[in-house]
Design a protein around this ligand. Structure first.
Ligand SMILES: [Zn+2]
Length: 87
C-alpha cells in the first residue's frame, strides 16, 4: 500500500485539530466577515490550549508533538485579519 503513504492526511488533521483546540481555548478567533483566524494574544488562553494539547493529544501523537503543532499554528496566525481595515 505504497500509495497511501504518499498522502499525508495526518498533517492536515493535526493542523485542523490544533486550530479547533485553540478556538475552544479562546486563544484564536475567526474574523466574522472574512473567516481569517486571528491570534487573540491572550496568554491564559494559550496556556490553556497547550495544557489541553498535552493532556489530550491526537491518537498516535506524543504530548510534545501535539504542543509543538499548537505552537506552529499559533505562529502562523497573525493578530489581525489581513482583510479588515486597520484602525
Ligand atoms: Zn476580517
Amino acid at each position: 500500500m505504497l500509495m497511501t503513504s504518499e498522502r499525508r492526511p495526518t498533517v492536515r488533521t493535526m493542523r485542523g485539530w490544533a486550530i479547533h483546540l485553540l478556538q475552544e481555548a479562546g486563544a484564536i478567533r475567526e474574523c466574522e466577515e472574512h473567516g481569517w483566524m486571528q491570534d487573540r494574544a491572550d496568554p491564559h488562553a494559550r496556556e490553556r490550549a497547550f495544557n489541553i494539547a498535552r493532556e489530550y493529544p491526537l491518537a498516535g501523537i506524543s504530548p510534545d508533538a501535539a504542543a509543538a503543532e499548537v505552537r506552529d499554528v499559533l505562529n502562523s496566525i497573525g493578530d489581525t485579519c489581513p482583510e479588515c481595515p486597520a484602525d
